[in-house]
Design a protein around this ligand. Structure first.
Ligand SMILES: Cc1cc2nc3c(=O)[nH]c(=O)nc-3n(C[C@H](O)[C@H](O)[C@H](O)COP(=O)(O)O)c2cc1C
Length: 171
């Protein structure tokens, strides 16, 4: 798939087949995620992979009952390691760690699309519940629960704002 097609063709996919995603494929997605830039090259991010239905249920509850979090065969929780970035950058480090995690999540979504998988970034969840369920340390902030699987739907393209609305040119 060429880069333009990957960018234009990616959709948030929320319905999945039940067949599992192979471990090697998940590994390839994580390698794509780790190709993302990071502040000071610290790579202040972590990934937690979930396949079990009981934990998916717990996370779906933490995500306000979002169905795709329960039904996806696999979840990848992308987290920001705030201490790692703050130890070099002080207060700015918490923002950098979140940006490091966001950049990785975006690369992962594009790689999933390129591999024919469907994925959705789920950002609406209760941080404390997710942290508790996954046993994350206080300095590790869950940023995205990515639900992932073989797609069982082809969503329509989302509406985009016009560039004129969002761009300012300053000389
Ligand atoms: C920060 C962030 C949080 C999001 N949270 C959710 C979410 O909790 N649940 C959900 O179904 N989709 C969520 N999405 C996906 C958006 O709804 C989706 O990207 C948007 O509607 C555009 O559709 P597209 O991804 O198909 O282009 C989130 C996306 C981002 C970037």
């Amino acid at each position: 798939m060429n880069f333009k097609d990957a960018l234009q063709g990616r959709r948030s996919v929320r319905r999945y087949e039940t067949r599992p995603v192979a471990k090697e494929q998940v590994w390839a997605l994580l390698e794509a995620a780790e190709a993302a830039p990071s502040a000071g090259n610290l790579r202040s991010r972590r990934y937690v992979i979930i396949t079990g239905s009981q934990m998916r249920k717990v996370l779906a509850l933490a995500a306000y009952g979002q169905e795709q979090v329960q039904s996806a065969p696999l979840l990848i929780v992308v987290c920001a390691d705030v201490d790692r970035s703050s130890s070099r950058y002080g207060d700015r480090g918490s923002l950098y760690a979140i940006q490091d995690a966001d950049a990785a999540a975006m690369c992962l979504l594009l790689a999933a699309h390129d591999a024919g998988l469907g994925a959705c970034w789920n950002g609406a969840f209760d941080d404390a519940l997710v942290r508790e369920a996954l046993g994350l340390a206080e300095h590790v902030l869950p940023v995205a629960i990515i639900s992932l699987g073989w797609p069982a739907e082809v969503p329509a393209a989302s509406l985009r704002r016009s560039l004129n609305e969002v761009v300012s040119w300053i000389e």
